[in-house]
Design a protein. Structure first.
Length: 277
């Protein structure tokens, strides 16, 4: 199957960093990349053409099959529509980590796209420091996988396994207890299931660490793990399940996206594994 990656641009992305990650997360052969620029119907923000050309030329010069597309309209609607029609196997987006009034006023396009995306999204922070040159071939040494015990979060493990093996990564499975999960939620059962999943991954040949805490503050703990353990990538699922309170509901995923100082690979329910390099 041909790998199809869509890269929506907003004018802040570094062509160097995009190229570095693209050539690491997907094989060049049989990969098609589309650079997507969405302009509001008002015609504002028309100055991004040179930036899109720069990204396109950098990828093309490196030997990638790449095209440029421009759409008019609402960014979220146009990005999702384009990804569906392509159809994309992976999306690479940049986020600014906005907070406070600015984020309330403008919202996060990345977060809104994530709720509707037909494929996984690899998220880069536009303000994140680029990795040192000597790490170009080991960008994903440690992958943190927050899990909440639901089928949705567990469903990404086969894709995580494939990705980690292709990058010789250590996988850290993390779970923080739910403070009030209701009658349907059983922390003991969740822990048992996570232990079984950890053993299964380890038996497949991966280096796996299972970290289970009882702090009942998943956002703070995930962000702390990223810093304390020098995490290179966070891979997590997002879902809008109702009923039982989830440790990794949309608000948790959104906060991690805004504040994590490393890239994220985020999946919706029923994930389709992106290509492994």
């Amino acid at each position: 199957m041909e790998n199809r990656i869509v890269i929506p641009l907003d004018g802040t992305e570094s062509s160097v960093e995009i190229l570095r990650y693209v050539q690491t997360i997907t094989p060049r052969d049989d990969t098609e990349i589309a650079i997507l620029r969405v302009m509001p119907e008002s015609g504002a923000a028309a100055g991004g053409e040179a930036h899109a050309n720069d990204i396109h030329d950098s990828l093309s010069a490196a030997g990638w099959k790449v095209s440029r597309e421009t759409r008019m309209g609402d960014p979220v609607e146009e990005i999702v529509k384009f990804a569906v029609l392509m159809p994309a196997t992976l999306m690479l987006m940049s986020t600014h980590g906005r907070s406070g009034l600015e984020r309330v006023r403008e919202g996060s396009v990345t977060e809104q796209v994530l709720k509707q995306s037909p494929c996984p999204i690899f998220i880069l922070h536009s303000t994140r420091a680029e990795p040192a040159d000597h790490r170009e071939h080991e960008l994903f040494r440690r992958i943190l996988v927050p899990l909440d015990g639901t089928e949705t979060s567990a469903s990404i493990l086969s894709c995580v396994e494939r990705f980690a093996k292709s990058h010789d990564s250590e996988v850290i499975l993390f779970h923080d207890e739910v403070e009030d999960g209701g009658d349907e939620y059983n922390n003991a059962a969740v822990k048992e299931a996570l232990q079984e999943q950890s053993v299964k991954l380890a038996n497949s040949g991966l280096k796996v660490t299972l970290d289970m805490s009882t702090y009942k503050r998943p956002i703070r703990e995930i962000l702390s793990k990223i810093d304390d353990m020098n995490i290179d990538l966070v891979s997590m699922a997002t879902h809008g399940e109702s009923g039982v309170k989830r440790a990794l509901d949309e608000s948790v995923t959104a906060e991690v996206i805004r504040h994590a100082n490393c890239p994220l690979l985020v999946w919706s329910s029923d994930p389709q594994c992106p290509p492994a390099s």
